[in-house]
Design a protein around this ligand. Structure first.
Ligand code: NAP
Length: 201
């Protein structure tokens, strides 16, 4: 089952590269359309298919990898009538271009707000704590597997994404629900962003 990725910048490409290397199929999109992704497709090979935002959103697992202030527009472009049945992976952090000021979250975690945008989806916050170069590197190192954190309100979806991460080579640590686990992952503010840990095999 292909993985849809909306956003083909630093994080979208880092994840796409790891998924493709692990034998997954990726359907990736950006705001400028599939033709602008032809170079990426030729460098990644047949595991990656450039697509429209709507096509990426058509997959059962959909990764959101767009800047915070472009999220609403990207979700609108996805034009999904009902997000139910989908797992949405939220990689976003609530700051970004143009000013990199932290967004006001009203006391909630950023992924709880993202969850409101994709109502009905089982949202898993993941892959937001590492820089793109670290995320895009082989997670299996001689010293152990690189740790990624995830959280979400649906245990089954968390497990599913942890299994996917495991197939790629990461060691996934499930932090529980968005209100508590998401707060640990939150950037800025949480203690986990930028922590590059290895778990011994
Ligand atoms: N960079 C980091 O260190 C880092 C680390 C962890 C998490 N994150 C989070 O990951 C997310 C992505 O960051 P990034 O560094 O990958 O950003 P980026 O390099 O600027 O890439 C953003 C991507 O989003 C696409 N995009 C923008 N608006 C869109 C729309 N309306 N519909 C579809 N695609 C759209 C852009 O496409 P176009 O170029 O065609 O506009 C581009 O491919 C952000 O929320 C960020 O906070 C970043």
């Amino acid at each position: 089952m292909p993985i849809g990725i909306i956003g083909a910048g630093a994080i979208g490409q880092a994840l796409a590269g790891r998924f493709v290397a692990a034998g997954e199929q990726v359907v990736i999109s950006n705001s400028r359309g599939p033709r602008s992704l032809r170079g990426l497709a030729s460098s990644m090979g047949p595991g990656l298919r450039p697509a429209t935002v709507g096509e990426s959103a058509d997959e059962e697992i959909v990764v959101l990898a767009v800047p915070w202030r472009r999220l609403r527009e990207a979700v609108a472009a996805a034009d999904v009538p009902d997000w139910q049945e989908r797992i949405v992976i939220d990689t976003t952090n609530p700051l970004g271009p143009p000013d990199f000021e932290a967004a006001a979250l009203g006391g909630r975690t950023s992924s709880e707000l993202v969850s409101d945008l994709v109502q009905g989806a089982r949202l898993v916050k993941a892959f937001n704590t590492l820089t793109p170069d670290v995320l895009g590197a082989d997670p299996r190192t001689p010293a152990g597997r690189r740790v990624i954190f995830l959280s979400g309100n649906h245990a089954g979806a968390n497990e599913r994404i942890a299994r996917l991460a495991g197939r790629v080579g990461w060691a996934a640590v499930d932090l529980g629900p968005l209100a508590s686990g998401g707060r640990l992952q939150q950037f800025p503010g949480g203690p986990l962003p930028t922590l590059n840990l290895l778990m011994e095999p």
